[in-house]
Design a protein around this ligand. Structure first.
Ligand code: SF4
Length: 223
């Protein structure tokens, strides 16, 4: 009896399997066709867009990326670019000095170590400056059709915890929890779905819980 009650207590903030299925079905239907918010024409453009997107909106990155690639057409031109010229173009994305260093650093490694081709595996991708596990997951899923994990960004972290898909705030643990709970065919989609939900309803500061289509299940709303 004691074991059961402790078990119940520890899982109090987590959805059960049936609730997870219901939440995912509702959100999938609501955000049907949700895709990556960053525009790109090839894998290198996506990689650069992801570097630019740190602490910046997809909307702004989508405006700046074509200007940058109009000036530096491919990884070889980017690798030889003057830092000042890149910084000037990407200035409005914020943290432009660091982002310039990362774009140049990643481009040079891709040229020198990978014959100008963005590597298609987690280990190599995460050695590139400015590319962490989240961005690598997006690159692999979007451009290589490979799912080895789930991209956990600020929306995915916040909403997974609120809903009751995880109790953690650590992106690595959140990713592990989601991977355990969700079918592999959802690993790519879940990021797009939760990003859309975060933007439309589950705002960081003022979630519109009264209008939320999953409020009857959500742990944050019902606790
Ligand atoms: S009920 Fe509120 S906190 Fe829960 S998912 Fe919906 S908007 Fe977010």
């Amino acid at each position: 009896m004691i074991e059961v009650s402790l078990e119940n207590k520890s899982n109090n903030n987590l959805l059960n399997e049936k609730q997870i299925t219901e939440v995912i079905n509702i959100l999938e239907k609501e955000y049907k066709g949700a895709t990556c918010g960053l525009d790109y024409n090839n894998v290198f453009e996506l990689l650069v867009a992801l570097i630019l997107a740190a602490q910046c909106t997809d909307l702004r990155v989508n405006k700046i990326r074509p200007i940058l690639f109009n000036r530096f057409k491919n990884v070889y031109e980017m690798a030889k670019a003057e830092p000042k010229e890149i910084s000037k173009i990407i200035h409005s994305c914020g943290f432009y000095n660091n982002k310039t260093k990362n774009i140049l650093g990643a481009s040079n490694i891709i040229v020198s170590k990978y014959n100008g081709k963005v590597p298609g595996n987690m280990q190599d991708l995460t050695t590139l400056p400015g590319i962490g596990r989240k961005s690598a997951n997006i690159i692999l899923q979007e451009c290589f059709n490979v799912s080895v994990g789930i991209a956990v960004d600020t929306h995915v972290s916040r909403i997974s915890k609120r809903l009751g898909l995880t109790t953690s705030t650590n992106p690595i643990i959140i990713e592990r929890d989601l991977m355990e709970k969700l079918e592999k065919n959802l690993w790519n989609k879940i990021n797009h779905i939760l990003v859309c939900h975060g933007r439309a309803i589950c705002d960081a500061k003022k979630p519109k819980c009264d209008k939320c289509m999953v409020n009857h299940i959500c742990k944050y709303y019902n606790n």
